[in-house]
Design a binder for this molecule. Structure first.
Ligand SMILES: [Fe+2]
Length: 129
């Protein structure tokens, strides 16, 4: 039986969108890539705040017909939180305290636009202690 392979090369609604060239972001990338603000180094089991902003690089529409539906944060592949947003009545900037017991990997944020799919932003972090 032949193995089926899928490709999302040019379909932004398929898979997770990553920057094609981090030094030359397209307008679509600037509007959708979630930007993570967090300390570079944290201590084990000590709370710190993580902010995820969508539209920080270039404003994303925030209206009932076009908006960021939700944002999620992971440490590596470990789920930390998900926040649902409304079109026009909430702003896609989310700050939540988290704590880590060990380094699972880099912080990874996903943002879901109702029209333009899923987008990923990443930030390195180390956990000491
Ligand atoms: Fe969008």
């Amino acid at each position: 039986m032949a193995e089926t392979k899928y490709s999302c090369t040019d379909d932004i609604l398929c898979g997770v969108n990553l920057p094609k060239d981090a030094k030359a972001l397209s307008e679509l990338e600037q509007k959708h890539l979630p930007v993570i603000t967090a300390p570079k180094d944290v201590k084990r089991d000590e709370a710190f705040t993580v902010t995820i902003e969508v539209g920080k690089l270039k404003a994303h529409p925030n209206e009932p017909a076009h908006f960021i539906e939700w944002v999620e944060l992971y440490s590596g592949d470990t789920f930390l939180f998900r926040v649902h947003l409304s079109g026009s009545l909430s702003v896609p900037t989310v700050t939540i305290p988290v704590k880590l017991t060990h380094a699972h990997g880099p912080l990874k944020a996903w943002a879901k636009c109702n029209l333009h799919g899923l987008w990923e932003g990443v930030k390195d972090i180390s956990v000491e202690g």
